[in-house]
Design a protein around this ligand. Structure first.
Ligand code: 6OG
Length: 188
């Protein structure tokens, strides 16, 4: 196992409804070109749940004011324009070779939401079918695992099955997963 000194905390939230899941295509920044849930860094003085809720919604009023003041608006990044009753689904720890930082990502899910799903500068939201049957003509595309983080395939099924999970993966400098890596799951 790799060792680390410091932890950066992130959130990632998924809306799961009627056999489909809302993902966002990351248009720029970290994870550009990949599909993921919605989230970002946990700010100082904020719980991860508060951060997850903040990152899902577009605080239009605040962004508008910040815009007028010509301030950079981190607030407007990556949101889907919605408010959802998020529940904790799992915890992940990722560590890369050559980095003193570990990433702790708290994963949330919700089955309902309010508001209008909105594309932002960073994320293009899109629904995918959770159990698309191969060969069967579907309205929605299946989850695009080939365009997601490699480890998503391990824990996303647990999120859909409502099984709590805790996982850790260590990566080489090139982003390859070290073996062995460990995943635990069960109810949290
Ligand atoms: P910003 O820096 O753009 O937030 N993230 C990961 N998500 C998954 N599924 N797997 C990973 O590693 C990830 N590493 C980071 C956390 C970055 C967003 O990317 C997520 C945040 O939601 C295997 O604000």
């Amino acid at each position: 196992w790799l060792s680390f000194d410091k932890i950066k905390q992130y959130t990632n939230a998924f809306i799961v409804q009627d056999g489909k899941v809302l993902l966002g295509y990351k248009k720029r920044g970290f994870g550009q070109g990949k599909y993921n849930g919605f989230g970002g860094k946990v700010d100082a003085g904020e719980s991860s749940l508060q951060a997850a809720i903040r990152e899902l919604q577009v605080p239009r009023f605040t962004s508008h004011i910040l815009n007028k003041l010509h301030l950079t608006f981190r607030l407007q990044q990556e949101e889907a324009g919605i408010i959802a009753p998020l529940e904790h689904a799992g915890s992940l720890l990722f560590i890369s070779q050559g980095s003193e930082w570990a990433f702790q990502i708290e994963i949330y899910r919700a089955e309902t939401f309010e508001g209008t799903i909105t594309e932002s500068d960073e994320m293009r939201p899109e629904w995918f079918s959770i159990n698309a049957l191969p060969g069967k003509e579907e309205e929605l595309l299946p989850i695009p695992f080939s365009k997601m983080w490699d480890t998503d395939e391990i824990w996303l099924p647990l999120l859909f099955e409502k099984k709590g999970f805790v996982g850790r993966a260590d990566f080489t400098q090139d982003g390859e997963i070290f073996k062995p890596y460990k995943w635990w799951y069960g109810s949290l």
